[in-house]
Design a protein around this ligand. Structure first.
Ligand SMILES: [Zn+2]
Ligand SMILES: [Zn+2]
Length: 259
């Protein structure tokens, strides 16, 4: 599918200010919000398209590259600092732009409440925590740059705790359903505002949205689920790389806390 021009997607002109850009994005996001268009695939695509456009245009660096090279300037092939714009799913949009979309807490539930969806509608999914990224510098000889090179890197990183298997719990029975949110991972918050009392759904502060809490922590990792460890990673470095170029690998960063 041909990608549409990002300015066109948001209905703004090329000289748009950051403020107007934000307004334009909000308008589109509200129009196509999945909670207002349940089951409408086209609206969902438009919603994602708007988020992607906003992600690029709200970032001066990405915007400059897009202005100069168009979509091609943003693909991974563009070299140093290239990034992946293909990875937009609904959850990542709510995570990244939730504060723009939602009222109080900046999450999906708050948004649907704002538009009269009721507390029951549009429940956010349980949060899945992901591990953090690792960034590693590699020095290469001129010879290595000239041809394809395989580098074995020994990296120190967070690996799943071998004792608890990454759960952070002493044993199976020490993981219990969170009593504050009864396992839903969310709590209803009431806020006074100029419109009266508003209810919104917030991530449960006790379990951070997972719906479970650990009663007895794993003695080896103290409940974090991860320990420091070494992993040898083989990286394929293509010929002709330049100084400062970045290559990314999926699934090789730090292990996520609590599985
Ligand atoms: Zn909870
Ligand atoms: Zn452990």
């Amino acid at each position: 599918m041909e990608k549409r021009d990002y300015y066109e997607v948001l209905g703004v002109d090329k000289n748009v200010s950051a403020d107007d850009l934000k307004k334009a994005y909000r308008k589109k996001a509200m129009q196509y919000h999945p909670d207002r268009n349940p089951g409408d695939k086209e609206a969902e695509e438009k919603f994602k398209e708007a988020a992607e456009a906003y992600d690029v245009l709200s970032n001066p660096d990405k915007r400059a590259r897009y202005d100069q090279f168009g979509h091609a300037g943003l693909s991974g092939a563009a070299g140093a600092g290239g990034f992946d714009v293909g990875g937009f799913d609904l959850n990542s949009i709510f995570e990244r732009f939730g504060d723009l979309l939602g009222g109080a807490g900046g999450f999906r539930g708050g948004f649907s409440e704002f538009f009269g969806g009721g507390v029951g509608g549009g429940r956010p999914q349980k949060r899945v925590r992901r591990g953090s990224d690792l960034r590693i510098k590699v020095k290469l000889t001129l010879e290595e740059i000239a041809k394809n090179t395989e580098k074995k890197l020994k990296i120190q990183k967070d690996v799943p705790c071998p004792v608890c298997g990454g759960t952070g719990a002493k044993d199976k029975s020490s993981v219990v359903t969170c009593s504050k949110c009864h396992g839903s991972g969310q709590v209803v918050v009431q806020q006074r505002s100029i419109f009266g009392i508003m209810q919104s759904v917030s991530v449960c502060p006790d379990c951070h949205g997972s719906g479970e809490v650990i009663k007895d922590k794993c003695p080896n990792c103290h409940g974090t689920g991860t320990v420091k460890g070494d992993e040898v990673v083989t990286v394929n470095i293509p010929a002709g790389v330049e100084n400062g170029m970045q290559l990314s690998m999926r699934g090789k960063g730090n292990a996520a806390p609590n599985g």
